[in-house]
Design a protein around this ligand. Structure first.
Ligand code: C2E
Ligand code: CA
Ligand code: CA
Length: 746
């Protein structure tokens, strides 16, 4: 065919939107251009003429086809071809137009732009064909100078993009119509909310978590303001269902802002869409988008939100939403929000002599795991039924959280003894008869001073926790002392934080561990001591749990480890046995610290202490928690060579099978059993004997802690326990005293 016409007029091309070669660093998505011609020369010339050209900031990528058949295959394979530069006359006179027909009619590809070229004038297709097949341009090759080619291509590319946008918008509209239709067909409020949320996520093309919150209707018995409640939620917000916005942390604040300002608000990687409702039933849709939404996605969701608003306007739905915001789905009792609202109602009524109680089912989560959630649910329902029988008119029963029920009623009816009567006979769940116990926390409203429903729930919860942790009966009334203690705990936490971050007032004391037969020193246990701001020692029992609860234990534990390992090195230079080990207590929270193992390695490397000389003590109850985390970390520790002991053994619920899976070296018999050894009445001897036997059969070493008397030591030896630790030998003492103790014995 004719010679290349693509060589002249290299002039001004700026106004075409084409830029000179840009910095190669940018990785803009190229426009995909298909060149179809049976003349190889045309391919080269086209590519050459358009090399390094960008249109609207995006480079060009060429796909080459040398026959109609090849071109068709390329078009089928590539959804995103913007423009085809097509030779009309190829192997056959009609080859080009046949191809166009297939592309438009059979493949339905309407966005792709088509520019026809031919070398021979006189082959121009009729106007009818050009219109019917939506052909962008028709040019003879000699007409297509470089600049003209660029102009034509630029127009075509832009029109392709516009078409794509329109088509996407059309698709989105169809999606909105579908999704909205689906939405409005939901009669169940929970379903409606879930569908609204799912629809929004689909339209936004995000899979982040989110929630929908709406205003409940003003009910006669739920007066007061009408805050927003979570009525649908997914992912990490799932357990916020039914709760007021203020329980939802920072996302809740963003949503509240949207509601207050009555407009959609963007956070970083999150948006709260405001949904206006007519009768004050406003709603907000919160969505985690991770990246900012495109303007288009945003618009689509705004449109969809109008549909959500319409759905919410359905009065029945609003009433139902209010109902569900206040009702526990499982038991149909009031939920936490409902309970709080009812307490507030009661407070307004001014009746005296009433109380609030929280009743917690003991060991429910273990039962739930053991029986399966379905049976767990049934158990909760039967507990709810029985408690219902305890109610007198006007009283309220609620399910406040998983296994905690709330009661509101006259003092004398809420007598804990009476309530616990209902737990005297076992509960029947299918074929199981379950003896269930419960624990109660109570607050007398007359003694609670000026507080609202939420305050009262908090106070009662403090009493409940007290009842659960103490061993003085199964219930506890809230008192001002408890509030003071709680405040005291907060003050102590503050002091502890200062002590840990400034490493002030912290010391390690050491208690020897000995071989019973020879009396030989085999190791030491490091025990932390904290001298509080007033110079008095505070018992570890009192602050370790605080440190765990606040996360301070991570830093504290790191300090303990470093100090104890350094101590071992120091004693070595002062003549203590090179073989002695150092036992160090660690808590589960430390296991969750990603740097835990690294810190250990570093302390070992810094001192050159062999890992085999370090023994970590974890309590039995900890070893039983989070099996996978624990086993994973213990295995890693073992690989380093660190030894592991199970502390307080005999107090937990270890199953033999599980114990078997744990890579451990030593069992430490809890001092409670040692104490009972010579008391005759206690079961200490038999438990100690069992632990010793267990250790032997699992090939583990056994040590008894809390040995205070010669008699205990002798009994342990008789039972076959090789190692011991306790006041009989030495109390935990400061490092120098420890050294003196060793030297005095040798
Ligand atoms: P534990 O690990 O069971 O520590 C043994 C406790 O028993 C120590 O109490 C020790 O002083 C005491 N004890 C030792 N011999 C006898 C005895 O013959 N009779 C009696 N009645 N008691 C004896 P301490 O030092 O008050 O520590 C209490 C708990 O605090 C420890 O119990 C341990 O769980 C925790 N703890 C101490 N230091 C640390 C630490 O550095 N990190 C962590 N995570 N926990 C620690
Ligand atoms: Ca210990
Ligand atoms: Ca212990």
């Amino acid at each position: 065919m004719s010679a290349s016409p693509l060589s002249d007029e290299l002039n001004i091309i700026d106004d075409l939107g084409c830029e000179p070669p840009a910095a190669p660093a940018e990785q803009a998505r190229p426009w995909r251009i298909l060149v179809v011609d049976d003349d190889p020369e045309v391919h080269n010339a086209t590519a050459f003429a358009l090399q390094d050209i960008r249109i609207d900031g995006r480079p060009l990528a060429f796909i080459h086809a040398h026959s109609a058949e090849e071109a068709l295959a390329a078009i089928v394979a590539d959804e995103d071809i913007a423009v085809a530069l097509l030779d009309v006359v190829m192997e056959r006179e009609s080859a080009g137009l046949d191809l166009v027909r297939k592309v438009r009619q059979d493949l339905g590809r309407s966005a792709m732009r088509i520019i026809l070229r031919t070398g021979q004038p006189g082959y121009a297709p009729e106007m009818r064909v050009i219109r019917e097949y939506d052909i962008n341009d028709y040019k003879t090759k000699s007409e297509l100078t470089r600049v003209r080619l660029l102009t034509t291509l630029t127009t075509a590319v832009r029109s392709y993009e516009q078409l794509c946008t329109i088509m996407n918008a059309r698709r989105s509209l169809a999606l909105i119509v579908d999704t909205a239709a689906d939405l409005l067909s939901r009669r169940d409020p929970g379903d409606f909310a879930a569908a609204a949320l799912a629809g929004a996520r689909k339209l936004a093309g995000v899979d982040g978590d989110g929630f929908l919150c709406a205003q409940r209707q003003r009910f006669a018995h739920y007066p007061g303001d009408t805050p927003l409640f979570v009525v649908g939620a997914n992912g990490r917000f799932a357990d916020r269902l039914g709760q007021p916005l203020r329980e939802c942390g920072a996302p809740g604040e963003l949503a509240a802002q949207a509601a207050a300002e009555r407009r959609s608000v963007d956070g970083s990687g999150e948006t709260a869409f405001f949904i206006a409702g007519e009768n004050g039933h406003d709603a907000v849709l919160y969505l985690e988008t991770k990246a900012p939404l495109t303007a288009e996605a945003r618009q689509i969701i705004e449109v969809f939100c109008v549909n959500i608003g319409v759905g919410l306007e359905n009065a029945g739905l609003i009433a139902d939403l209010s109902f569900s915001a206040y009702t526990d789905r499982l038991t149909r009792l009031a939920n936490r929000s409902g309970f709080v609202a009812r307490i507030d109602d009661h407070l307004r009524s001014g009746t005296s002599g009433w109380a609030v109680a929280l009743l917690d089912i003991d060991h429910f989560s273990e039962l739930n795991d053991a029986l399966g959630h379905h049976k767990g649910d049934q158990l909760l329902i039967s507990v709810a039924r029985r408690l219902c029988n305890a109610l007198t008119p006007g009283m309220v029963l609620a399910r406040v959280s998983g296994d905690v029920f709330g009661l509101l009623g006259p003092d004398e009816t809420l007598d804990p003894r009476l309530l616990l009567e209902h737990f005297k006979t076992p509960f029947l769940v299918d074929e199981y008869s379950l003896p269930i116990k419960a624990t109660l926390g109570l607050t007398r409203l007359d003694e609670a001073g000026d507080s609202d429903g939420i305050d009262l729930l908090k106070a009662t919860n403090i009493a409940l926790n007290r009842a659960k942790s103490g061993d003085r009966g199964r219930w506890h009334y809230y008192t001002e002392d408890m509030a003071r203690e709680t405040r005291g705990r907060l003050d102590r936490l503050h002091d502890l934080r200062v002590a840990v971050t400034q490493q002030r007032g912290l010391e390690l004391h050491y208690q020897p561990q000995i071989e019973l037969i020879s009396g030989r020193l085999i190791g030491a246990e490091a025990l932390i001591r904290w001298r509080g701001p007033d110079g008095e020692f505070i018992r570890p029992d009192l602050f370790i749990s605080l440190a765990e609860y606040s996360g301070l234990i991570v830093e504290l534990g790191a300090w303990v480890f470093k100090t104890a390992v350094a101590q071992l090195r120091d004693w070595e230079t002062k003549g203590l046995p090179k073989g002695m080990h150092m036992a160090i207590n660690v808590s589960l929270v430390q296991f969750r610290d990603p740097l835990f193992i690294d810190r250990l390695r570093q302390a070992l490397a810094e001192t050159g202490i062999a890992p085999q000389r370090i023994e970590l003590e974890i309590t039995e109850s900890v070893a039983m928690l989070e099996a996978d985390t624990v086993i994973g970390i213990l295995s890693e520790l073992k690989e380093i060579g660190i030894q592991i002991a199970i502390d307080d053994f005999g107090t937990g619920f270890s199953s033999l099978a599980y114990l078997h899976r744990l890579p451990i070296d030593r069992l430490k018999i809890d001092r409670a059993f040692v104490r009972d050894l010579d008391s005759r009445s206690g079961s200490g001897a038999s438990i100690a004997q069992t632990v010793i036997g267990l250790g032997r059969s699992l090939g583990l070493s056994v040590i008894a802690e809390g040995v205070e008397t010669e008699a205990q030591a002798k009994l342990l030896m008789d039972l076959g326990c090789p190692l011991a630790q306790g006041f009989l030998y030495s109390r935990p003492v400061a490092p120098d005293a420890f050294l003196a103790w060793v030297q005095a014995r040798s």
